[in-house]
Design a protein around this ligand. Structure first.
Ligand SMILES: [Zn+2]
Ligand SMILES: [Zn+2]
Length: 151
């Protein structure tokens, strides 16, 4: 996950104006360890920076998403969540029980996908693939009967 300084330099390199409000929102983002909802972000932002209005916040979210400072992750079972972005091409694996999200830095799909795509005659492709599973600690808890058998 990007640190505050890295988020700053991503914004800087895009030539975006670093308003005080945007800087404060980066400070808010820095406090999240894992995934969070738009509502979590809104709540924390209004605690830490009461002067930031909803419209400003949502414009900033759009900008952060566009720059990859924030990443939106679609969960099969519910609402989309956000996490602070990371450098380079990567994927996410999401625990479908507890919602924990981890980055996978190596791309396991590149070669096979490229082959298929080249056959289709496409170039300059990008891909977004999200993987859901059950994390180790949820598997352990699962055997204690809390979540029943893993289907
Ligand atoms: Zn889990
Ligand atoms: Zn990939």
């Amino acid at each position: 996950m990007y640190t505050y300084q890295e988020m700053l330099s991503v914004l800087n390199s895009g030539g975006y104006r670093l308003t005080d409000q945007r800087l404060s929102l980066l400070r808010v983002l820095e406090t999240f360890g894992g995934s969070f909802s738009a509502l979590d972000f809104e709540k924390k932002a209004s605690e830490m920076e009461p002067s930031i209005g909803r419209a400003t916040l949502f414009r900033a979210i759009d900008l952060f998403l566009e720059r990859g400072i924030l990443e939106k992750i679609h969960r099969q079972s519910g609402d989309d969540v956000y996490i602070v972005g990371s450098k380079g091409h990567h994927h996410h694996i999401i625990c479908r029980v507890c919602g924990e999200i981890r980055d996978i830095d190596a791309c396991p799909f590149e070669r096979e996908l490229e082959e298929v795509i080249r056959k289709e005659g496409f170039s300059s492709t990008i891909h977004r693939i999200e993987i859901e599973g059950i994390c180790e600690s949820c598997q352990i808890r699962g055997t204690e009967g809390n979540y029943g058998p893993i289907a």
